[in-house]
Every structure is written in C-alpha cells, then in structure tokens.
Design a protein around this ligand. Structure first.
Ligand SMILES: [Zn+2]
Ligand SMILES: [Zn+2]
Length: 348
C-alpha cells in the first residue's frame, strides 16, 4: 500500500511524493495521521538546513514534522491498550528505557533518544506512521486530533511551568509571545498563576497573549520592558520569569525582572552559545535558575487539562494548510513573522 509523504528537497523547497505505508511491529500501531503542527525547529531545518547542532543531509529528501495526532488504523498483535479507531497524540521521542536517565524518570535526557524530525531521524509529515503503543496517548472523545497535535508544544509549556514551580497566585513574566511563550502562558494559567505579564516585539503575538488570558502585555519595541514590569509588579519583580524568545537580550534581562528569591526558567534556545549574564544579581537575590529540555511525563496531564476545558490550546493556531499546500505552509512560517503564530498541516 502507498501513501503520500512531504519532504524537504534542499532548503526552502517541499515536495509531496508516494512512499510505502510502513509495516508495524507486534508492539506498534499504525496511525492514520490527521494533523501535524509546524514547530520553530522545523522552520529552521526548512530554511537554514540546520537547527542548533543538528544538520539535515541536503543531498537527500528529508521529512519534517514532530507534532502530530491521528486515528489508529491497525494494531500489532501484542498491543493491549489501544484499538482501531482510537484517536491518539504521539509523543515524538522514543527513548531507550534502559539508561540511568530513563530509569530515574528523566527520559527527556536519554542520550539514545530517537526523536522525530531531528536528523537523521525522519519526521511525520505523511499519511501513515508506525509507532510504539506506549508513546501513543489516547485522546478523550471531546479532544480533537487538531488539539492532539498541539499537545507536543503544550507539553513544553507545561514542563516549563513545572520547572518554574508556578503556584497559585504567583506573578509571572513571560518573555516572548511566540508559540512556546503562549503555551507557557496557558500552562501558567492552568497552574493557578495570578498576574501574567507577557513581553514581545510583535504586536499580533501580544494580542494573541491577551486573547489567551494574559493580565498585561508589553511591546518591548515601544516601551522599556524592565521599567514597565517594575511598575506592574509594584517594584517587587516576578515570582517566576520565563524566557521563551531565545534572545541574548531577553535572557540577559531575566535577573533584573525576577523578585528576590524567585526563579528564572530558561525555555528558548539561543543561537548564540555564550551570553553575558549578571551573576551579581543572581547571588544578591538568591535566584534559582532552571532550564527546560523538551519535557517528560507530561502528555497525560496536558491532555487532561485540554479535555477539562482548563486550556483552550487550539486558539494558538492562526494558520491551517492541507498536505498538498505544505510548501505554502512552510514559506508562510518562514516569512510571515507578523501574523503567523502557529501553523498546522491538515493531513486528511
Ligand atoms: Zn515542537
Ligand atoms: Zn535512555
């Protein structure tokens, strides 16, 4: 049986071609994919051929996509927890299960992880995918596969809120209002945060943050963000600061935004490896610095939060394209930084 799959062919070019539908193993399911999100990392690979230390071999076609959900079309003979017709969200990292990190529950740090669309591992911009049963999370009836595809970025936000230990009534500042900034906002709300202040340079993203429940937004291109945050927190600073923009400028701002004894959570990845950072502030204020690498043990919680209505994750989507127009989707994600917050590809 054949299916359609989308591949990047060199940078800035996407083709759709026929490829075989994969065979499944005994502990695997065949998922008929319905939605795949476009992540910042996909856009970097598509436009630059690399993301951080990972490079696409541009001499071959390469499939992007790691945020996906669909319906089970077939199950392997030893699969017990899922059945044909179940809607599932796929957690895209398949870990070894044997190393010290996997065994201690910190599987996001597994050195042998096979993560979709992280070269040389192929992604999921295709109609059918074989996947291990235990990495497919069943969606309740009231959660759609479009929401299912957004569980992956939402999990980053949830894990960030968990790392920052956001509690009821906390004052939170989120630097960056792109997809990850917005899912962090949603997760902070679900964790009971009080005041949530979001700063960014792009007004459309700030408008989205307001729509999703931010208490106040700051356009850092027009206003002095540090002064405004001081004013909005009555000079106290934030209990938790999240840096999601991955910019050396905003990373360097974090020690000046957090309150004494507060926590900085670094989520955005900067292309620049060494960044000047005021450690005198860190020491004087006894600040805790946390960081985030992907997520772990979050999918069931994130799905439950969407199902309960605590989080309206689908409202982060601003653009939707079908598989035939995937090149347009990626081009739009590269070039339209003003209106595009999150794009998804509807596979079928
Ligand atoms: Zn992603
Ligand atoms: Zn491992």
């Amino acid at each position: 049986m054949m299916q359609k799959g989308a591949f990047m062919r060199g940078t800035d070019k996407m083709i759709v071609k026929e490829i075989p539908v994969p065979e499944i193993g005994d502990k695997e399911v065949l998922v008929s994919l319905e939605y795949v999100g476009i992540c910042g990392s996909d856009v970097h690979y598509y436009h630059n051929g690399c993301c951080g230390a990972y490079k696409v071999d541009l001499s071959q076609d390469y499939m992007l996509g790691h945020e996906c959900a669909g319906t089970i079309a077939k199950i392997g003979k030893d699969v017990t927890s899922l059945k044909v017709g179940d809607k599932v969200a796929l957690e895209p990292g398949i870990t070894c299960g044997k190393c010290e990190f996997c065994k201690s529950g910190h599987y996001n740090l597994c050195p042998d992880v096979v993560f979709l669309a992280t070269p040389p591992v192929q992604g999921c911009n295709e109609e059918y995918m074989a996947f291990p049963e235990d990495m497919c999370f069943k969606l309740p009836d009231n959660v759609s596969t479009k929401e299912g595809a957004l569980i992956e970025p939402l999990s980053v936000g949830f894990y960030a809120a968990e790392q920052g230990a956001v509690g009821t009534g906390d004052t939170v500042v989120i630097l960056g209002s792109g997809c990850i900034g917005l899912v962090t906002l949603l997760a902070c709300k679900a964790h009971g945060a009080g005041k949530i202040i979001v700063a960014d340079l792009v007004q459309a993203r700030l408008d989205k943050a307001m729509e999703l429940g931010a208490t106040a937004v700051i356009n850092s291109g027009k206003e002095d963000a540090l002064a405004k945050i001081r004013e909005l927190t009555n000079g106290r600073g934030a209990d938790v600061v999240f840096e999601t923009a991955g910019s050396p400028v905003t990373i360097a701002q974090t020690p000046f935004i957090v309150r004494r004894g507060g926590t900085i959570t670094l989520v955005g990845i900067s292309a620049q490896e060494e960044i000047s950072f005021n450690f005198a502030q860190i020491m004087d204020k006894e600040i805790t610095i946390k960081s985030v690498f992907r997520y772990k043990n979050i999918y069931p919680k994130a799905i439950a939060a969407v199902s309960s209505g605590a989080i309206n994750v689908k409202s982060i989507v601003t653009h939707e394209f079908d598989l035939e127009h995937i090149q347009d989707a990626y081009d739009e994600a590269v070039h339209n930084k003003t209106d595009l917050v999150k794009a998804v590809v509807k596979i079928k």
